[in-house]
Design a protein around this ligand. Sequence first.
Ligand SMILES: *Cc1c(COP(=O)(O)O)cnc(C)c1O
Length: 401
Amino acid sequence: MENYFADERGFYGEFGGAYVPEILYKCVHDLQDAYLPIIESPEFKQEYHALLKDYVGRPSPLYFAERMSEKYGCQLYLKREDLNHTGAHKINNTIGQILLAKRMGKTRIIAETGAGQHGVATATVCALMNMKCEVFMGATDVERQHTNVERMKMLGAEVHPVRTGNMTLSDACSEAIRDWCCHPADTFYIVGSTMGPHPYPDLVARMQSVISEEIKWQLQEKIGRDYPDYLIACIGGGSNAAGTIYHYVNDERVNIVLSEAGGHGWQTDYTAATIHKGTTGILHGAKMLVMQNEDGQIQEAFTISAGLDYPGVGPMHCNMAKKGRTKVLSINDDEAIYAGYELTRMEGIIPAIESAHAIAALSKLQFKKDDVVVLTVSGRGDKDVETYLKNKAMAKEYGNF
Ligand SMILES: *Cc1c(COP(=O)(O)O)cnc(C)c1O
């Protein structure tokens, strides 16, 4: 049978690995050696799960969405990561990584952020643990995600606007890696998604795997069996998707559907649909599908959703897509806007624009009435209200709100 997890060198089929500059070699190897013994120790697990429960507010509910089930002809359950402290799944990962950083004796935390959700989640756990926090963020994103910048500052983090390249997430990642090269001894880099050099994709997937661990017992409680027919999640770097599918990837009874951000359409130049459009390359320390030109120059990603605005995608998902384990849909901006309004009006839940890409998948799939579908709502839409209102007209061909 296929194994969809990382091998001991961090490869998922042909993707993954650790392609880092010489100066980070020791640092990355120390982390590779340290992470599993630490995160599998009873002391770590106890502290991690206690914080997930009392600080993050887990378990997150698995909610039966009655009206949406009726509309799409299936049994739709929403995994409510939007209800976590700080408003998204990102905190599951930052709690885990900061506990790891502490146990490795690191004193300074750095992170990259796009929409600012990972930056906020990192600044939050740094406040909690009294650690110094510096966040790299593209100057364009600093402008368009102003509230999250203010939140990070209020939490005590220093935000560094990055003015290289397109001044967005990809450039923030590069800058964080550069900073890490300058301070390898005392600094821990908290990576925000299932990307970066080994062991990050595996580490982040394990930290997010609490999502599917909960889905298992929640389904058992609600429907008397512990697996769904479909799992649906949106995919930027791939972390909420990895968490959603973690305990089901080797279970062929479960169909996996991932939504990437099509922007104006994956055939256009204005897209972030990396699995549709990308070719194999190395970005930020790992081999993955990357949007690039023939010379290997990274092409700017484009989507209405800042959290999905990345020209690569994690190696785990690249491998699963290549092996046919997942169906990957490209959801365009207008479809996501419509889906966000639909969930808001039918269930009273305003989803993050990222999560709205997952909702939009429902109209592209054919279900049987009894099919059990679990869809992860990765975050809440408070940060996106302006985007929804401004772009409402875009979605009018699908219906009126
Ligand atoms: C960051 C973010 C994403 C995309 O990141 P993944 O690592 O692919 O999960 C999706 N949804 C929300 C709400 C986010 O904040």
